[in-house]
Design a protein around this ligand. Structure first.
Ligand code: UD1
Length: 315
């Protein structure tokens, strides 16, 4: 049994990682400042983990949490492209300085390996699809720049200090527990909540932008493989499904699932938005043995089922 520290463990992705680690019998610590994460995401497991309500912007405060930790899954971040465009300073403090703090604390505690949640946004508007890790990155937002900087820091920490780091470029992860109640939420949580609440979803732009929407258990699988796989240290890898869908297609799929004929409203495109995104997952397949098990349509159906239960008015 190993000791895992999950930063951002009360968040959407983090809480799924925590559940899977506990299912495997590992010892779990969570470090989270609850800024976008929610206690409720861990309510079923809170007695089985150690929880530290701390902020990665404060290096000295977080250091003790790393003592005795074998593996760090570093997911704590301030997500959202538009939030980072509006407030680049906070985005930088959390996503860049915060990541450097987590790396320093991990190095000094002699952690065996750290897995970093990087982002597909690093590719920006590079026109070549699918995205391959050897493409030149071109971040279009402070969020994308922060995640890319985190990757570079990871590689430096592997090369300079021997801290094994693996950076995974997550491609638009979705699923249960993604918070639908912030303007900065992921598009699918906003759309599904709009359907359930009888509101009209808004598409920013013409709806022909595409994403490699990735159901969260696929991402958990890749993340935990990355914490163990031989030959992964120092690498950056895409984690997606390898299929992309547009927002207009997504609305059609939701119309099918809900048996409705919702017509979305269209607004101006978002600043810093990427047009197309599609992962080549060959490297993660080869290096990690990663294989996405749930494809978009099925993940979307399961996610809708979850939000239907979650957002149902109390009986
Ligand atoms: C980006 C990253 C993703 C990262 C996420 C973190 C890319 C390709 N992906 O996601 O890896 O995890 O940031 O926040 O950069 N939209 C609407 N209506 C809405 C909300 C969004 O049309 O109500 C549109 C957006 O303009 C965008 C798409 O939906 O074109 C997806 O948006 P969102 O879910 O916020 O994620 P990305 O910005 O793609």
């Amino acid at each position: 049994m190993a000791v895992y520290l999950v930063t951002g463990g009360s968040g959407f992705i983090g809480s799924h990682v925590v559940d899977e680690l506990l299912r495997r019998g590992e010892t779990v610590r969570v470090l989270d400042n609850l800024s976008t994460g929610r206690r409720q995401n861990l309510s079923k497991v809170i007695d089985r983990i150690e929880f530290f309500e701390l902020d990665i912007r404060n290096l000295e405060k977080i250091r003790p949490v790393f003592a005795g930790v074998d593996y760090v899954i570093h997911l704590a971040a301030l997500p959202s492209v538009p939030r980072s465009v509006k407030d680049p300073l906070t985005s930088n403090a959390v996503n860049i300085d915060g990541t450097l703090h987590v790396l320093l604390a991990s190095r000094d505690a002699r952690v065996k390996r750290l897995v970093f949640a990087a982002s597909s946004s690093a590719y920006g508007d590079n026109p070549i699809l699918p995205r391959v890790e050897t493409h030149i990155p071109h971040p279009l937002s402070p969020y994308a720049l922060g995640k890319l900087t985190g990757e570079y820091y990871c590689r430096l920490f592997t090369d300079l200090y021997g801290l094994e780091c693996v950076a995974l470029r997550y491609f638009n992860i979705f699923g249960p527990r993604q918070n639908p109640d912030s303007p900065y939420s992921g598009v699918l949580s906003l759309f599904i909540a709009a359907y359930i609440r009888g509101q009209t979803p808004t598409i920013f732009g013409d709806g022909e932008q595409s994403r490699d929407f990735t159901y969260v258990p696929n991402c958990v699988q890749a993340t935990l493989l990355a914490s163990q796989a031989a030959g992964a240290a120092g690498k950056v890898m895409n984690v997606g499904v390898g299929r992309s869908h547009t927002l207009n297609q997504t609305v059609e799929m939701l119309n099918d699932i809900f048996g409705r004929k919702v017509v979305p409203s269209y607004g101006p495109p978002r600043e810093g938005d990427v047009r197309e995104s599609l992962a080549d997952i060959s490297l993660a397949r080869q290096t990690l043995g990663y294989e996405p098990k749930v494809h978009y349509a099925e993940g979307l159906r399961k996610t809708v089922e979850w939000y239907r239960r979650e957002l149902a008015p109390p009986a």
